[in-house]
Design a binder for this molecule. Sequence first.
Ligand code: ATP
Length: 220
Amino acid sequence: MNPKPETHAQPIGILGGTFDPIHYGHLRTTDEVRRALGLREVRLVPAPRPPHRGVPQASAEQRLRMVELAVADWPGFRVDDREFHRAGPSYTVLTLESLRAELGATPLCLLMGVDAFHEIETWHQWQQLPELAHLVVMTRPPFSDADRAPAWATLRVTSVPTDLAQTPAGRILFQAVVPQDISATRIRAAIAAGEDVSNALPSAVWKFIQSHQLYRRVSN
Ligand code: ATP
């Protein structure tokens, strides 16, 4: 008789980002994944010093505060500010190592868009990432060649969500989500142009942006 596979706790989702500002594109897609995969919670992990882009417009503390305000109305989400407690660039591999040390064998699912997935080989110590977490790649139907896994990833791919609960890390799952046509870049540009963006982000975040006069000037 085959031994029963060892089962671990319900997986935890992780969404790292600049969140300059957080918006419904982040929240709705991630919540859809949370429900579809039965994640125990999703941790939003703001990056104070994101390594792959220019300096964000809002300060790290302002971006963290906006994420805190946003999740207040979203059960199943939690803010994780661990990247604020270390120096240097906000590398995802360090965050996952720290989560792994804290959470033991709990399955971790690193959520990312398909664009980010296809750039993953540029990330710091990227080969370590699937050793530390499952990768959940959020795709937009209809599927295209962009949704195919590169050679290094093919043996890790699964289409069975329950596989993510069987091991702490190591699988890759492509999860279709309803496209949310919102980006932080466009929100910043719209605010600088004096447009109303109140339907793109939670009202508490919009109030914070207004009261701190954020994004009044276009920069990136
Ligand atoms: P910017 O426009 O400034 O690059 P962004 O919102 O795309 O902002 P981040 O805040 O760093 O960038 O995003 C964090 C994560 O959320 C990334 O993995 C990104 O792919 C994902 N994301 C951002 N917007 C959406 C969206 N509309 N739908 C799905 N995922 C999104």
